[in-house]
Design a binder for this molecule. Sequence first.
Ligand SMILES: [Fe+2]
Length: 391
Amino acid sequence: MHTAYYIFPDQVHLGFGAARLAGQTLKAEGMRHAFVIADPGVASAGLVAPGLASLAEAGVAHTLYTQVIPNPDCASVDAAAEGYRASEADCVVGIGGGSALDTAKAVRIVVAGPQEGRIAEYAYRLGDKARPHPPRSRLPFYIAIPTTAGTGAEVTPWAVVTDPEAKLKFGVGGPHSVPNMALIDPELMLTLPAFLTAATGMDALTHCIEAYVSTNENPVLDAMILGAIAQIGRSLPVAVAQPANRAARRDMAEAAMIGGIAISSKWLGACHSLAHPLSSFAGVQHGLANAIMLPHVMRYNLPGAIERYAQVNDALGGPGGTLRARAEGAAIMVEQLRRDVGLPARLRDAGVSEALLAPMAKAAYELDLNWWTNPRAVNVQVMEQLYREAF
Ligand SMILES: [Fe+2]
């Protein structure tokens, strides 16, 4: 039996001021004390203020936890779970980029499980040996408040956690760990610096494009994804050039959410398999890693999804002509967008050394399973070739 399978978000509020709905929501859910997990930079920039003020107004106490690290690792998640257990909290609020939202998502799995459970034991890659995911009814209520327009983590079912010893990013979670509510507030994104705006925006674009050509068939999402690709093509350069442009920031917040919805059902592809080792081996920012690898992956994949790439090209306002010319135009449009938003084109310009390419290719193929839904088969040689082209 083949069925199209969809994972949609739970509740979403999207718009300026949305973060201020946190307090009344938690109060209505009968919550008394929120464990607020935030990026330290986000907290020091004052971006947690609207959410915390709304908690105070609603009479919901909070514990603020800011020991979030970029690319959260097992130790940082387990420490945050300890923090939750030591507090009086009965619910979780995550405020920040993907790292904070994923830390929060992973914490609620740990705290809903037995005391001795550690996040590494819940990894998908362990298969049957993984510790059983706690049922949704036991997970603390979770409100996700993104401060970047990129990962879509506010609506996705899984968290990505790094195992530093294995130099591996692994997934935890599942349909039961979709956040209960996403409060997507572009107001919190108006001060995001140009580099992070560009890199996180290119991550969102990669989600949309990889999902659109994925081998998972979810036709209900197609028009929505193409719309988001067009929106990113239009609004990302504006958001980078004019950080306070409210319309562009709102567009990007919406497109990133759609990217999250898209990958929840359709999953990703070879580009994310290649991007994850670039972070865990070489410390490349996730969105930048995708931005550099994406056009190479698109050209490689072309024979497997030519019509879909032609549609991506059209959404990005690319050249007309034959199906082949349009499909090839998609990668050219992505390169142009990357240039317009000021990101480098080569791995060597992102601090990656050539000696890492072979070990990263092995990790991308053997340890990162995102290529499962890639529209063209890959192997370790292909992975290394794609890194070399991008180097
Ligand atoms: Fe991503």
